[in-house]
Design a protein around this ligand. Sequence first.
Ligand code: URA
Length: 224
Amino acid sequence: MTYASHEALAAAIRSCSRCPLRREGGLGPVLSTGPSDAPLMIVGEGPGGVEDDYGGPLVGPSGQLLDKALLSVGITRDHVYVTNIVKCRPRGNRTPTMEEGRFCGSIWLASEIALVKPKVIVGLGKVALRFFLGREAGIIRSRGHWIDYHGIPVMPTFHPAYLLRQSGRGLVDAKWQVYYDLLAAKEKAAALSPDWVWKSDTMPNLLESLTEERKRRHEGNHIS
Ligand code: URA
């Protein structure tokens, strides 16, 4: 479905209770951060504990690593649109299944993509990879290779949570791979949107910007 504005889409996502994930115990759907006209969209897997608490995607430990990786290619978080495949936190931080990803993503992520019209998407980890590819596949073999998603180039790369589990040589290699994947994505998006500004002089304080959203979630107003 196509929504006329970010606000209309956000209201629709907030009132969604179409699948059991909404009842798994989280505070409700976690929406996006970043401008709705950004040429680059970053898609994670699903909210973890910190994200469920604050109501923003990728703001916990994985998000902090993502921010560093983005900065290494000259991007601050306030210049990219960041969202997840599934909007509600799976209980106990489990990985969403492919079916959950397909169900939620084909309703809400598809609507976000229709609204934002990103020039390039970065998919973090295997849940995003499988959603965009439409089939089972492994992230180790697939990362770094462009996928076509309805005419939009998608770059799959490692999820920051994967990097956080690596050490030694494996960590160094994986960090470089993510760097080159993000660089390729930024260069393609910048070529297609030459006037886009990618970086603020100071790092945005994401948690602070989510203060109101967090309050709303904890007051229970998110349940429509
Ligand atoms: N991992 C994700 O993929 N998304 C989040 O929002 C948090 C952790």
